[in-house]
Design a protein around this ligand. Structure first.
Ligand SMILES: [Zn+2]
Ligand SMILES: [Zn+2]
Ligand SMILES: [Zn+2]
Length: 209
């Protein structure tokens, strides 16, 4: 288990930022079009999608598009056009990676939930007293309780070769987003409607079916 999302030391942040810029030349493709070679544990949850409007990862199998911070076009939800079918493993699946990632009941996005405040949610925050995400692990969502805590691989803690790197944790909204199309200037953040920020983030790895 690593601790990247909670790390905010200057030295680590700088090192990770440099690593991200160095990888730019090899990652011009759209997130959904990259090929992945390995399937994770059988208990993993599929139907996670990349939204090319906000660059966030969101769950598409819950009969809602959640809330997208990129604006109110169409129904205001995330889009899945062009996305691969990402699979996430839950903590109980074991293997490498960082625990503490949660699925938000409001925006349907994946976010790191072990920090205070629960980040900033782009959806109507009707379930929370503040602006944060709301973990779907809450007992009122009992049917999902066993799939609520996810373990996410990163380039230094991975189950094997393959996968898609350059997924980042945003220090502003706590969401996971893909930073490989325009590294350092990706998506739309619900915290300020500017790009997400990868400051202090690890380089996370996702896999597709
Ligand atoms: Zn979106
Ligand atoms: Zn949310
Ligand atoms: Zn953000």
């Amino acid at each position: 288990m690593s601790d990247h999302a909670r790390s905010n030391g200057y030295t680590r942040r700088r090192a990770l930022g440099l690593a991200g810029r160095g990888a730019l030349a090899t990652t011009a493709a759209v997130a959904g079009l990259l090929t992945v070679y390995q399937t994770p544990a059988a208990a993993a949850q599929s139907n996670w999608k990349f939204c090319r409007r906000c660059c966030g990862l969101w769950f598409s199998g819950n009969n809602t598009r959640g809330g997208c911070p990129a604006g109110n076009l169409f129904d205001g939800g995330h889009h899945l056009d062009g996305s691969g079918n990402y699979v996430l493993k839950v903590q109980a699946d074991g293997g490498a990676g960082q625990d503490g990632w949660r699925w938000c009941a409001q925006c349907q996005g994946l976010y790191f939930g072990l920090n205070a405040g629960q980040g900033i949610c782009p959806a109507d925050a009707s379930l929370t007293p503040g602006p944060g995400h709301y973990p779907i692990s809450n007992p009122s969502f009992g049917v999902f309780i066993n799939s609520a805590l996810f373990r996410i691989e990163d380039v230094d803690h991975r189950d094997g070769p393959g996968g898609q790197s350059q997924w980042r944790w945003c220090v502003k909204c706590a969401g996971l987003y893909f930073d490989g199309n325009s590294p350092g200037a990706s998506g739309v953040c619900p915290a300020d409607h500017r790009n997400h920020s990868r400051a202090g983030s690890g380089d996370y790895v996702l896999r597709q079916l």
